[in-house]
Design a protein around this ligand. Structure first.
Ligand SMILES: [Zn+2]
Length: 257
C-alpha cells in the first residue's frame, strides 16, 4: 500500500507533475544493463562431483550497506544512516507520471527493460515513482500521521529511512495507458504479466509477492520492482526463493519494532 498512499499523499504536497511523459528516450541514455561489474563469483576449480556445489556467493555484497545493490531494507531494517542518499542518481529516460530517478546502474537496467517490453511484446511501460528521498518521505509520512494517526499511516506508507525507494534501486512500473496503475489488478494486465516473467532478466525483483505479505510486511504490489542485479535475481528465481528476507535468512518483517 505504500505506493498508493504515496501517490495520494504526493498530491497533497503538490509534487505530482500531472501526466507528462517522455516517450522518447534521450539518445545519450542508451540502455546498458551491463555497465557496472557484477558481483564476482568464485571460479569452480574442483572436478564435478555427484553433489553440485553452489557457486553463488551470497556474501559477495553487503546487505547492510545502504549503497550495496543487495541492501535489505524493510520495517525491521532501517537504512543506516536513516537519511542515506545515493550519490549516483540519474534521471531514468523512460515514460513516466512523475520524473523518475534511480541509481545509474538501476536506471540503465530499467531503460533496457522498458525497451525490451516494447520491442519484444509491443508493450508501453511507464514509471510511476522511483527514488524518494528521506526528507520527502518524512513530509508525506508526517502529513499522513497528522491526518490519520500512526497506525493508519504505517499501513499506507513506509517510514522515512525504511523505504526501499530511498535506496534509488526501486521503481513502481505501470502501463503507459495508466490501466491498473499502483493497483493489484496490474498483475493481470499484459504489462504486469510481462514484467512478472521478464524482470529477472534485467536484475529486477518483484519485491512484494502476493503470498509473502507476512514476510515482507507489505501487501501484494505487482508494480514495485527492486533492482538487485542479474546475478542475484537469477539465483533467487532458479532457487524458487521470492523474497530477500528468505534468501538471506533474515527474520520476517511484518511490522515495525
Ligand atoms: Zn514502490
Amino acid at each position: 500500500m505504500v505506493c498508493v498512499a504515496l501517490a495520494a499523499a504526493s498530491v497533497v504536497l503538490g509534487v505530482v507533475t500531472g501526466t507528462s511523459r517522455e516517450t522518447d528516450a534521450a539518445p545519450t541514455a542508451q540502455p546498458s544493463a551491463t555497465a557496472s561489474a557484477p558481483p564476482t563469483r568464485p571460479v569452480p576449480t574442483a572436478a564435478p562431483t555427484a553433489v553440485p556445489v553452489a557457486s553463488f556467493d551470497r556474501a559477495a555484497l553487503s546487505i547492510d550497506d545502504p549503497a550495496s545493490l543487495w541492501v535489505v531494507v524493510n520495517k525491521q531494517r532501517s537504512l543506516r544512516p536513516a537519511d542515506y542518499s545515493p550519490s549516483d542518481l540519474v534521471t531514468v529516460p523512460v515514460a513516466h507520471t512523475w520524473q523518475p530517478q534511480l541509481r545509474q546502474e538501476a536506471s540503465a537496467a530499467a531503460a533496457a527493460m522498458f525497451a525490451a517490453a516494447r520491442e519484444e511484446a509491443g508493450l508501453s511501460l511507464a514509471s510511476n515513482s522511483a527514488y524518494r528521498g528521506f526528507a520527502a518521505q518524512a513530509r508525506v509520512y508526517s502529513a499522513l500521521v497528522n491526518a490519520e494517526g500512526v497506525a493508519s499511516a504505517d499501513q499506507s506508507i513506509a517510514r522515512p529511512g525504511n523505504s526501499e525507494h530511498q535506496t534509488g534501486l526501486a521503481i513502481d512500473v505501470g502501463a503507459e495507458s495508466g490501466r491498473c496503475s499502483l493497483n493489484p489488478c496490474f498483475a493481470d494486465t499484459p504489462e504486469g504479466l510481462w514484467l512478472t516473467q521478464n524482470s529477472v532478466r534485467f536484475g529486477f525483483l518483484l519485491r512484494y509477492p502476493a503470498d509473502k505479505v507476512a514476510v515482507t510486511g507489505y501487501e501484494f504490489e505487482p508494480w514495485h520492482f527492486r533492482y538487485i542485479g542479474t546475478d542475484l535475481a537469477v539465483e533467487m528465481r532458479s532457487g524458487g526463493v521470492s523474497t530477500l528476507e528468505e534468501f538471506f535468512g533474515l527474520p520476517p518483517a511484518p511490522g515495525y519494532p
